[in-house]
Design a protein around this ligand. Structure first.
Ligand SMILES: Cc1ncc(COP(=O)(O)O)c(C=O)c1O
Length: 429
């Protein structure tokens, strides 16, 4: 059923163009300065270093190293851990592919943990199930800007001496117990891609407090050339993952706006939370009481017993309001992609999967109830720092009307249980 009265459409700012991005005179001046200097390479210019210093300061860490994508940041983190071929790295079944293929490029096996269906985040419980003697690291992804339950995860990892890499691509400045995510584990990896809070089109950065990991990360980004060493050499197999001075100059200015960007997103999310609470058939995403969510995206869970065609049906109904939403986010779990189902890696070797324990590459659906349930129910909605109250109110009203138009009449009570923990344990930070 579509609404009988055509709604008044307000065009929402988009993070895919200037309507939803914050580039202004500051960024133009910084990029112009780089061009006028003629120095575009960070090994010779000042902006790369300035970015690393200011990012480390804002994160409260000893080291930050800029690189040219979030994928490069994750790759750098894994290379710093230095797994042996066939070692395992536990990661999430729902993430961007750029966070997964670097594992194989370093010769390690990604082992997928299930996620909480309410947050789509890994939990200590789901990670513990897939740990083995071969686990060399755990990667946690704070999906959509909503932090994982870090206390339990760190307790588990610390008890076994396993380093945690935080994929912070979607969650800069999110906190758990007042601590910034990305600084709780050993390494934080950030992305500055077009749609991220802080953007340079493509770009990334890694942070750590660990001297040895920092050294390896610096080297990995720089073809492992020992800049400044007495007998400098290329010490190990590494890439050129440097960003340019143009990106760094842009990032320096974007970083100054990051706190305001996050605050504005949080304000808009609060309006949405208030207006959408209690609407039968949808549930707003929760975060743990001791965590702050930074809203890379704003997500709903859609109950398909109450909404015709669930998240897909609601997304279709929202098109009437010109609201572009993504039902089921990445649509399928990572392990359903050909790179994993066919183990398409180097030539026809299937390396490193040819070294894997059978259980590590067993992607049987019954092992991932939270993944399938979570993806089935999630509707990902746009949000960014250019939203004003009128945009959030329009979005909330569009959702309310769209829900009415696709509601299945006579449906019963809200479903509350969690298929992973059976209750609310996934949220107890
Ligand atoms: C969680 C996560 N990790 C890693 C990446 C990879 O970042 P990039 O696209 O900058 O390579 C992304 C990008 O969207 C992401 O969302």
């Amino acid at each position: 059923m579509t609404p009988t009265v055509q709604p008044e459409i307000i065009k929402l700012p988009s993070d895919q163009d200037i309507s939803g991005r914050t580039f202004g005179a500051e960024e133009i001046a910084a990029v112009t300065e780089v061009l006028q200097s003629g120095v575009l390479i960070t090994t010779k210019g000042k902006f790369g270093k300035r970015l690393e210093e200011s990012f480390a300061k804002r994160m409260g860490v000893k080291y930050a190293y800029a690189c040219n994508s979030g994928s490069a940041a994750v790759h750098t983190a894994i290379a710093a851990i230095n797994p042996n071929p066939g070692d395992e790295i536990v990661t999430t079944s729902i993430t961007d592919m750029g966070a997964l293929t670097p594992i194989m490029f370093q010769g390690a096996i990604p082992v997928f943990a299930d996620v909480c269906p309410k947050t789509l985040n890994v939990t200590a419980q789901t990670i513990e199930k897939v740990l083995s003697e071969k686990t060399k690291a755990i990667i946690v992804t704070h999906l959509f800007g909503n932090p994982c339950v870090m206390k339990e995860i760190m307790e588990l990892a610390d008890a076994r001496g396993i380093p945690v890499i935080e994929d912070t691509a979607q969650s800069p400045l999110a906190t758990v117990d007042g601590k910034l995510v990305g600084t709780i584990g050993k390494i934080g990896a950030f992305s500055f891609q077009q749609g991220k809070h802080l953007t340079t089109g493509e770009g990334g950065i890694v942070v750590t407090n660990d001297d040895d990991l920092a050294r390896r990360m610096f080297l990995f980004i720089n073809k492992s050339w020992g800049y400044g060493d007495a007998n400098a050499d290329h010490y190990f197999s590494a890439l050129n993952y440097r960003m340019t001075e143009l990106q760094a100059a842009l990032a320096v200015e974007q970083l100054k706006k990051l706190d305001v960007c996050v605050e504005q997103r949080q304000k808009m999310a609060k309006i949405l939370d208030g207006k959408l609470a209690g609407i039968d058939g949808i549930e707003v995403y929760q975060s743990a009481p001791n965590a702050t969510h930074v809203y890379w995206k704003y997500c709903l869970r859609v109950d398909d017993a109450k909404i015709q065609d669930g998240a897909v049906g609601l997304a279709k109904a929202l098109k009437v309001y010109d609201v572009a939403s993504a039902p089921r986010y990445v649509v399928k779990p990572a392990f359903k992609c050909q790179v994993f189902t066919e183990q398409n890696t180097l030539g026809d070797s299937h390396f490193p999967f040819n070294l894997a324990r059978p259980e590590a590459v067993d992607y049987a659906e019954e092992k991932f109830p939270g993944t399938f349930k979570g993806l089935h129910d999630v509707l990902v909605l746009p949000i960014n720092e250019k939203y004003e109250a009128r945009h959030a109110e329009f979005l909330a009203e569009s959702i309310r009307e769209a829900v009415e138009s696709v509601r299945i009449s006579g449906s019963g009570a809200n479903e509350t249980g969690c298929v992973v923990c059976g209750g609310n344990r996934c949220f107890e930070n």
